[in-house]
Design a protein around this ligand. Sequence first.
Ligand code: HEC
Length: 474
Amino acid sequence: MRTPQIMAAVLLLALSLGAIDLRADSTGRDIYRQYCATCHGLDARGGNASTLFDDQWEFGNRPEQIRAHIVDGITDMGMPAFGPTLTAAQIDALMAYLTAMQGQAAPPPVRRHQEARTLDYRLKIAHWIPAEAGLRTPWAIDFIDADTALVTEKPGRLRLVVKGRLHPDPIRGIPQVLHARQGGLLDVAVDPAYADNGWIYLGYSHEAGFSIPSPAMTRIVRGRIRHHAWTDEEVIFEAARRTYTSSRHHYGTRIVFDAQGFLYFSIGDRGQQEQAQDLSRPNGKIHRLHRDGRIPADNPFAGRPDALPSIFSFGHRNPQGLAIHPQNGTLWALEHGPRGGDELNRIRSGANYGWPVITYGINYNGTVITNRRQKEGLEQPIYYWRPSTAVCGLNFYTGDMFPFWRQGLLVANLRYRDVRLLSLADERVIHEEVILKDYGRVREAVGGPDGAVYVVVNKPDEILRLSSRGQAPQ
Ligand code: HEC
């Protein structure tokens, strides 16, 4: 008998003896919904973590092992410890619920409609790179020109799309990445002067393999693509090895350029939240560099002996979205926060965004991080989401196809599996609209050179193209 069946048998026996009354089952479900569903998914499809309903136990399938993971967490993986917050009886109820739910896993309902309607436009939804093309966990897209795009796949492949066709072979010779949990090949960015210099930037999880589990950190390189191969590689940012950590989550890793040509990129706190406040460490920061990796002389901490000179802002948890305002050149960031604390921030030089000193969220295991939401000297978000939608990529829309969306922000959400359009007035969000939902977990949504919106989704692994079928009647 396999473990879940043993657990089910024990549960049935306990029920028939009246040792557990049926309310325990619904309690288990409630606890699951409150504490686990944010990561493991509300139904069988999973979310930021794998589903617990599919009878697959990567970390051991004996009930005492599963229980230990709930009580002690799997800290390096981002699985919080619930021992401090749940009683033994609550964990019993959870275990019973998990047992009852085994085998309920089903593929997520995914919409395949070719049309949708938003407040302002009727949309055509094309499966631009459909699941059948074989992309694996696409993470980011950037356009070289009107016909050519580059797409990263998290397992460590860089793909070329020409005129809407995925080139069958990945680009040869890109750096080796650490593909584990949230880590892998993450962002790709095309140099603003690409036509003259041919530079392409990659951000990825870099492994310093001298111990097990090996320490890792975000690393930025640039190179050129010639004859479908990666060449001329230069390291633009590499952190000191002593700052690498063995955790496998919170890498941040988004790259953008401002109008002056400075390069900004983000690194998450790597699961070491207090280090987001430590200016001698690269994690939990947004960095600013010249595109060749040199430190700009006017960086806020340049010349300070106790700080890394590349730091532009700090106190970040996991900023996975960065965007430059198309008109005034300001930097904006989306921060994947704790439970109930996803944020949109306007990033200022030298400013402290407060993590983990202030936050609107609480830990995913329900413990309080801090009761402070505001503090003198610490920045407030422009906007925050509670419940957390699991924000990822961020892009300003500047195209011609959807004039009403211009200067709006396209927000990609993983857990809520949607794309939102935020309308801004100066630095205020004055409206939020879900423009696409349930086509997959959204990594980023970006306006392409043709004005259409390209949406990178996972599960299924696709790139969608949203185009206008005309204005929607009011
Ligand atoms: C903050 C996100 C998060 C929350 C909240 C969370 N988990 Fe997890 N959990 C993870 C991650 C990440 C892993 C490891 C990777 C994976 O399974 O996807 C994990 C793994 C596990 C495992 C081991 C799975 C296996 O395959 O062996 C169990 C059991 C588990 N979680 C139970 C729970 C339960 C029960 C709750 C609610 C009380 C919960 N988790 C809440 C993130 C979370």
